[in-house]
Design a protein around this ligand. Sequence first.
Ligand code: GZL
Length: 326
Amino acid sequence: MSKRAAAAVLAGAMIVGLSACSSTGGSSDGKKSNGKLVLGFAQVGAESGWRTANTKSVQEAAKKAGITLKFSDAQQKQENQIKAIRSFIQQKVDVIAFSPVVESGWDTVLKEAKAAHIPVILTDRAIDSADTSLYATFLGSDFVEEGKKAGDWLVKEYQAKPGEVNVVQLEGTTGSAPANDRKSGFADAIKGDPKFKVVASQTGDFTRAKGKEVMQAFLKAQPKIDVLYAHNDDMALGAIQAIEEAGKKPGTDIKIVSVDGVKDAFTAMSQGKINFDVECNPLLGDQLMELAKKVKNGESVEHRIKTVEGTFTPEQATAALPTRQY
Ligand code: GZL
């Protein structure tokens, strides 16, 4: 994938100083407010239930850890994340953390953070930079493994059923690590059985609205759809609306396998509308705060920290619903 020079800094990021312990944000020059570590966090946006849970986890963990959090919402735009990182550098925060909306185009701004001696932590999503010295660690899921889990379930589900299986795929944000890796992991898992045909694949940008819109187009264009593989639950939930409006039964006429494991998807599973859900854990806040303290103190940390997550059948989701945190 060609590297994209970091986009020019454009207006748009909304940067909110959220102090962990006081009503005001971190001091303007970024010095430790009341001696507390100042963490700049550039979030992707607020595109999905997963993202909302991830943001809540980061904000609550900062408060608990006594860390002053400067939080920005990039509205899913890379230029806004780059702008936010540059702002954190100017404010001389102690540590920068972010979830890269796409894999490429980060070297320039991360070199600026390195030159400013501000350690960077990647959370949730990875980058494709060859220079791994640009970040202290990457804390997040293995998306290839998630895609493989989805594909393995499909192979098992249809092993005793003859005939071709037409699959449509709702991809995540174009160029993002989860979209690239969930696609490749799934493709690898099903490639051994020629009965599976991915007849259509298009991005729904991880949102319900776009997931519904693209599924409507799939339903119009495809004579036969047996399975939907959605890279996240929000797109699956949007697609369910489209499937029902087309007079079909999600989970029965069109089987659905999805990723994330958010509460709304578990509710749909309890209603028989989603058949399998691969969990992607958004609750990274506490681990992130511990890592921020360590890198600030110059302690060594593992360069890759993988989050622990499972899979859910409808029965398991139904049982988990009452205590599901997100
Ligand atoms: C995955 C995360 C993805 C989720 C989506 O770690 O980056 O982004 O799967 C979210 O729900 O929008």
